[in-house]
Design a protein around this ligand. Structure first.
Ligand SMILES: O=C(O)CCC(=O)C(=O)O
Length: 311
């Protein structure tokens, strides 16, 4: 299948972008799951959520998206449930849904992303009660849109170092429609030491960095340090869970369908928590990522890379 990883056209599966192997055989064995997460930086689990619950959440989000404007979905030729984008709908046309709001916390979404099965999994994994951020990164990705390579730590380092991200695709999402891709072992492989000591240790907000916060939009800039890019044709119910130092990005949405997904964050309740993402969060506007704005005068990852000797 022809895909695009960030800005790079490539093929999946291929030696450059390999297929993720599920770790379902390790479910119920928290020590083994931990070992796998420590070694690879992630675990990929098929059918983690109930498929029908995910499809219900997808429909609730699609109804919401359609209510935000007439020219977002092509409802003249397709049903809302098909999620086909109007051909004129690009960046800025889809609603920004991240945060804590009516759609992130609707019944259908809650049943998936904060269901008892998720609490049970993380409680077993951490061996203690767990907390999830109230902030949810619910995303609708436009045609050709993607997320650049980054580590989550640059956005959320003021709490637990054991923070985990769970990426949940809302629907069946093949690799050419905008799926999460991880650079295996990038959290610990020797070639990443400098990146981990500079970029990954940076608190973007404290440093006043503007823009997306991504390290790069070009995956070769990451894999030249080591590691291996991996992804999958995700199906509704599948998840990938990874740590805050693992480099990841997404493939581009080369299809006519809107890509819907949600990333949620989980940690032991006994650990300090990044207060920016819990409590009453009120309205949230885009700060980093695909919707971020950037002024050339301000501090950016591009000029920091020169300071860090990573260019
Ligand atoms: O869904 C995406 O495009 C990116 C998700 C991501 O970066 C994350 O889950 O941390």
């Amino acid at each position: 299948m022809e895909v695009q990883l960030g800005r790079l056209p490539t093929t999946f599966p291929s030696p450059f972008l390999q297929a993720l192997k599920p770790s379902n055989h390790l479910l119920g064995k928290p020590c083994k799951l931990k070992e796998q997460l420590d070694v690879n930086g992630y675990v990929y689990l098929k059918e983690f959520h109930n498929r029908q619950d995910v499809l219900n959440a997808r429909n609730a989000v699609l109804q919401y998206v359609n209510q935000q404007g007439k020219h977002i979905l092509d409802t003249e030729n397709h049903t809302i449930e098909n999620g086909v984008l109007n051909h004129r709908c690009g960046l800025g046309c889809l609603p920004f849904m991240e945060g804590q709001n009516a759609i992130t916390h609707c019944h259908e979404m809650n049943k998936v992303i904060e269901g008892q099965h998720v609490y049970t999994f993380f409680e077993s994994y951490f061996g203690e009660p767990v907390t999830t951020f109230d902030f949810k990164w619910l995303r609708a990705m436009h045609r050709d849109g993607f997320t650049g390579a980054h580590v989550d730590r640059v956005y959320m380092s003021r709490g637990s170092e054991d923070l985990l991200t769970m990426w949940t695709p809302l629907g069946d999402i093949p690799a050419n429609m905008g799926v999460l891709a991880v650079c295996e072992e990038s959290h610990r492989a020797q070639g990443f030491t400098k990146l981990q000591q500079t970029y990954a240790n940076c608190d973007l907000e404290a440093q006043g960095v503007t823009g997306s916060g991504w390290f790069t939009e070009y995956p070769e800039e990451i894999s030249k340090m080591g590691g291996k890019w991996k992804t999958s044709n995700f199906e509704a119910g599948d998840v990938i869970i990874f740590n805050i130092r693992l480099v990841h990005m997404s493939t581009a949405n080369l299809t006519k369908f809107v890509r819907l997904s949600c990333d949620t964050r989980w940690q032991p309740s006994s650990h300090p928590i990044d207060k920016r993402f819990v409590g009453d969060l009120k309205t949230t506007s885009p700060k980093y990522g695909v919707h971020a704005s950037q002024s050339p005068q301000t501090k950016t990852i591009e000029n920091l890379k020169v300071t860090w000797g990573l260019i």
